[in-house]
Design a protein around this ligand. Structure first.
Ligand code: NAP
Length: 329
């Protein structure tokens, strides 16, 4: 008699609400053990209970992605559990479009880029050696349409499309007074879009550097417009009311939170998503039974030298310079 397959384990960052929570539910339903990596564990536990994620199929672990020390502490605590890792989902994000001045992380970096991008960059680097030991590992990153200038949503000029310029802000050290990756004046909505573009480029660079040696499948996805998640909690109230209606009735781009979770789970676990180095989309106008397709990013986002330079500058800012990732071939 053959022994049963062991339960696979996935870490999902920001699983206390929205896409991450519903991805946790979808993966638990498919038999996975989910590590919900969250900054508010009481909130995450309440959300898991309310969503019906069984007790035995999830664990909660603390992480504040805006604090590089907390990311390192999370990795130490996770490795101490001895649990093998099969997949990592980089999902957590903050969107603070109404800030008048930048907030700063404990390390002094602008908080949206620090949380959405730097924290995940460090987390991915520290977990890849362990992830590489899995049989069919995947590292899945939440991208977004507003960071993809190949799409209408990526061209919206309010406050400005994502644009990393020549990475002048990172080159300058990204500390006060610098608050944007391109070194230009602070625009909070653009800081979010820039952080997501940087993450999508990071995923391409991870693929270029580590896919062949580790077998890890690196991909990004746009799950659709999940217009009613708490991501928009800092947007004006009127926007929070109108946006879901507009997406449901006018653009037809609306995707429910449970469906967004199923899409993430597909990219993590489904045999149809084993291509590495791609960005998955289900299109902008949601139709029942829509199939995923691999979508190109802009030429700038696909530029290998540009992604390599972004990688080098970011490694330095998160404290990985001089400690490059070692993965056995
Ligand atoms: P959400 O419900 O606000 O979820 C964001 C999650 O990130 C929450 O669990 C939040 O935790 C967590 N988080 C925020 N800051 C954190 C920190 N410093 N440390 C640890 N966790 C932190 O938003 P969502 O819409 O589900 O977004 C999830 C992902 O989907 C994001 O990457 C977003 O860019 C992407 N996405 C969303 C849409 C959409 O239409 N909603 C579209 C495309 C892509 P708390 O509960 O503690 O705040």
């Amino acid at each position: 008699m053959t022994s049963p397959e062991p339960t696979p384990t996935v870490i999902i960052t920001g699983a206390s609400s929205g896409v991450g929570l519903w991805a946790a539910k979808a993966l638990a339903d498919r038999g996975w053990h989910v590590i919900m990596a969250c900054r508010d564990l009481a909130k995450a536990e309440a959300a898991a209970t309310e969503t019906g994620i069984p007790k035995g199929q999830h664990s909660l672990m603390h992480i504040d992605l805006g604090d590089l020390d907390s990311v390192r502490a999370f990795v130490t605590a996770f490795l101490a559990t001895g649990r093998p890792l099969d997949a990592l989902v980089l999902n957590a994000a903050v969107y603070m479009p109404r800030l008048e001045a930048p907030l700063r992380s404990p390390q002094g970096y602008e908080l949206a880029v620090a949380t959405n991008y730097f924290g995940h960059f460090l987390l991915a680097n520290l977990l890849i050696p362990g992830l590489a030991k899995a049989k069919a590992p995947r590292l899945v990153t939440l991208g977004t349409v507003t960071a993809n200038s190949e799409e209408f949503g990526g061209k919206i000029p309010i406050p400005a499309p994502a644009d990393l310029g020549n990475l002048e802000g990172l080159e300058a050290g990204f500390l006060t007074p610098v608050a944007m990756i391109d070194g230009k004046p602070f625009k909070p909505g653009k800081a979010y879009k820039d952080s997501k573009l940087a993450l999508m480029m990071m995923s391409r660079e991870l693929h270029a550097r580590f896919h062949k040696t580790t077998g890890i499948i690196f991909s990004t996805l746009y799950p659709g417009c999940v217009a009613d998640t708490p991501l928009f909690r800092h947007a004006p109230r009127a926007f929070q009311r109108i946006f879901p209606w507009f997406q449901k009735n006018i653009t037809k781009g609306y995707v429910s939170q449970p469906l967004s979770g199923e899409r993430v789970a597909d990219v993590v676990a489904d045999p149809g998503f084993t291509r590495s180095g791609v960005h998955w989309s289900w299109g902008n106008r949601q139709k029942p039974g829509a199939k995923a397709f691999a979508q190109p990013l802009s030429a700038k986002a696909e530029s290998a030298p540009r992604s390599a330079r972004l990688w080098t500058l970011t490694s330095k800012l998160v404290g990985l310079e001089g400690a490059p990732l070692q993965v056995a071939a």
